[in-house]
Design a protein around this ligand. Structure first.
Ligand SMILES: C[S@@+](CC[C@H](N)C(=O)[O-])C[C@H]1O[C@@H](n2cnc3c(N)ncnc32)[C@H](O)[C@@H]1O
Length: 359
């Protein structure tokens, strides 16, 4: 799966422990699905999953990793991916914009990306097969990019992995454990909350001013294939200027989350947030404790790679000091009913520090 800021890869076991401590939960709405790592794990554990994200690339990832059934798609998808791997490179939009005008990929890989993307469009596949091919291309491009994991900038010197030839692989797919199909949606989370019914919601909204569209603009262009006008050194899509999520705004983040929670049609709720975000623990606990029985799990983590590398000027010289290298992740669990002692013990076993029951 792709490198992604805020991906819940490292806290997945704790999230699953929190979810498993709830009784009577068979279906989950993942309202901010991103890479689909969480949805994939949920489907693997037997839950019916409704994945949702506002960005087109995240919707494609969820169609592949969550909605598609491995049993009915693997053979055809493998054949298509093998064919795509044979295509010779042909320069196009990605080569011009993201290899020559900017330097996110080496031109030999940009030409392959262009040729493969054009062929996927020409095939006019049914939506889930198209999503699998696009996910395969996105994940292959991610393995040879020249960034620190976000597309706000590219590296001054080519990353070592960027020299590798782009190679597509069959993406991870699963079979649902039950006959209740999983689905992927591309909606604003507020709309998803009002229209999708499930036993539990998982909310992992953006936590600061950095927009996901701006951080992953190349994935959005690659999926939409709309060859947008770009601006700035980073060559971002022009719509990054106007397409902002309310969760990226300090004054709007808390009121928007409050409204989202009011709209939810799920009795139980899990929220991830960290201590660097716009909503602090006190405000979050105040909001969530009105919804049900709240347990807060606090986890101590290493910050993302950019923070580990430090702050440098365009000449590569270190200019600033990173304030801290660790942060705290919070998992807030809100249950409609009090947790049984056995379930509390299970949650406690999965959590790093003692829980704080609120209600
Ligand atoms: C912290 S990331 C989620 C990461 C995900 N849990 C994972 O493990 O990969 C937040 C996600 O919210 C999405 N997003 C931002 N604003 C949104 C909105 N208003 N409605 C739905 N999704 C939104 C972004 O595209 C991004 O993928």
């Amino acid at each position: 799966m792709i490198k992604y800021l805020g991906s819940k890869r490292t806290i997945l076991p704790k999230l699953m422990a929190a979810l498993n401590s709830l009784d009577d939960v068979n279906s989950v709405l993942d309202a901010f699905s991103g890479t689909s790592r969480v949805g994939y794990e949920l489907k693997k554990s037997g839950y019916q999953v409704f994945s949702n994200d506002i960005n087109a690339y995240a919707h494609i990832l969820a169609q592949c990793h969550v909605e598609a059934e491995a049993s009915t798609t693997t053979d055809t998808a493998s054949r298509l991916i093998a064919e795509l791997n044979q295509l010779p490179g042909k320069p196009g939009y990605i080569t011009a914009t993201h290899c020559l005008h900017s330097r996110y990929f080496q031109p030999h890989n940009g030409e392959k990306i262009d040729a493969i993307r054009e062929q996927i469009e020409r095939w006019d596949l049914q939506p889930l097969l198209k999503a699998i091919c696009l996910t395969s291309l996105l994940e292959a491009a991610d393995r040879v990019d020249s960034t620190t994991g976000v597309q706000m900038a590219y590296l001054k010197q080519w990353a070592r992995r960027s020299y590798n030839p782009l190679q597509l692989r069959l993406p991870a797919m699963l079979n649902a454990a039950t006959d209740r199909r999983c689905h992927a949606y591309q909606l604003d989370a507020l709309e998803a909350a009002a229209s999708i019914k499930a036993d539990c919601a998982y909310l992992d909204p953006p936590y600061n001013q950095h927009s996901y569209l701006g951080n992953y603009h190349i994935w959005e262009s690659l999926v939409r294939w709309d060859r947008p006008e770009v601006y700035g050194i980073a060559c971002k899509r022009i719509d990054c200027k106007s397409n902002k999520s309310d969760f990226n705004s300090k004054p709007k983040a808390l009121p928007t989350l409050t409204e989202l929670i009011q709209r939810l049609r799920t009795p139980n709720l899990i929220v991830s947030f960290n201590n660097e975000g716009f909503i602090d623990r006190e405000a979050m606990e105040h909001l969530l404790s009105q919804k049900g029985y709240l347990h807060t799990i606090e986890l101590d983590y290493k910050r993302y790679v950019g923070a580990q590398i430090g702050i440098h000027n365009p000449a590569g010289a270190r200019t600033g000091v990173v304030s801290h290298l660790r942060n705290k992740e919070y998992i807030y669990l809100v249950s409609a009913k009090p947790l049984s002692p056995a379930n509390q013990a299970q949650l406690q076993a999965g959590a790093a520090v003692p829980l704080i029951p609120q209600a």
